[in-house]
Design a protein around this ligand. Structure first.
Ligand code: SF4
Length: 315
């Protein structure tokens, strides 16, 4: 499998680039997710020309438009960081990133809830790191997370699902743009989309149904935007249970009443969060294989990311 390209804050890879000469190695990112990902490291503070070690910095002023200032000598690094970041995000276009993992709490790299200090030296956790803000404004639809949030199993599963989906979508874009390729992609992702947003599922269904009337470029553009918006909405046990019930409908003829009862119980137990999603998914995968169900066996929802990541064992 061709690896997924992700941007990452360099210190998370264990590189000694922090202000104190240290790093913030994250083993899940390097050892586990790293098997499927090619990282493009970005350390804003080092890449904008600051040394290691260096004076530490923080954000101060208006949380909407903070300044990046060193703690001891009060040097204002804002212009230096902003002009470098604006160049760097453009440069990153050539990498074809499917997402970015930021270092949490950093005044340069944090994607949310970064401390911004007021004139009395009191912090509010409402800021965004200088580089992270410019990156997210430039790539509004790219999946982004920070390593702290990725410790939450639900956010982790959602992020990994989004980057794998974006990679598959990019593979469609890499082929000759054709309505047929888009329809195939959509067909395989229908239940995945439904698990995130029934509303987007309907909108995308209509868009694909009208595909012949929409100029090809517009069609791809619109589809990509709605797809990324849909996947941003989190799945829930209720939404997943709805999809599982929908899939169960494909086995009306084959399953005995006892098997139906068992499957219903498993879905219900999952919906009540007694058991993880992997349990009903495994049972349905078993029936898909046993009865060779043609529509379901194409559904990415049943296999959205490598099983080895065990992401559905915890959601
Ligand atoms: S948090 Fe960002 S700026 Fe700070 S060391 Fe890590 S990559 Fe560099």
């Amino acid at each position: 499998m061709k690896k997924i390209k992700l941007g990452i804050s360099t210190c998370l890879l264990g590189e000694n680039v922090r202000y104190d000469g240290g790093h913030k190695l994250d083993r899940f990112l390097t050892d586990t997710l790293g098997q499927y990902v090619e990282y493009v490291p970005v350390c804003p503070e080092v890449e904008c020309g600051l040394p290691v070690p260096r004076e530490s910095m923080h954000l101060e002023g208006d949380p909407e438009f903070p300044r990046l200032v060193t703690l001891r000598t009060k040097q204002d690094m804002t212009e230096r960081m902003v002009s470098w970041a604006k160049r760097r995000v453009v440069e990153l276009e050539k990498e074809g990133l499917c997402g970015f993992i930021f270092k949490s709490d950093s005044p340069s790299s944090g994607m949310e809830r970064v401390r911004v200090y007021n004139e009395k030296g009191m912090p509010v956790k409402k800021g965004v790191g200088m580089f992270a803000r410019i990156f997210m404004e430039y790539y509004p639809l790219l999946p982004v997370e920070d390593e702290g949030r990725l410790h939450d199993p639900k956010l982790r599963e959602n992020f990994v699902e989004r980057i794998f989906t974006l990679k598959r979508w990019r593979e469609v874009l890499a082929k000759k743009e054709s309505r047929g390729n888009l329809v195939d992609f959509h067909t395989q992702h229908k239940l995945l989309i439904l698990s995130h947003s029934p509303k987007h599922y309907q909108i995308m269904g209509k868009l694909v149904a009208q595909a012949k009337e929409i100029p090809l470029k517009d069609l791809f553009q619109q589809y990509q935007t709605i797809l990324m918006e849909a996947l941003l909405l989190k799945t829930t046990p209720k939404k997943n249970a709805n999809v599982l019930m929908h899939m169960m409908g494909y086995f009306k003829e084959q399953l005995s009443s006892d098997e139906k009862q068992e499957l219903l119980e498993v879905i219900d137990h999952y919906g009540q969060e007694y058991i993880p999603l992997i349990v009903p998914i495994t049972l349905i995968n078993h029936y898909v294989r046993k009865y060779d169900q043609p529509y379901l066996k194409e559904q990415v929802y049943l296999n959205p990311h490598p099983l080895e990541l065990q992401l559905r064992n915890h959601v």
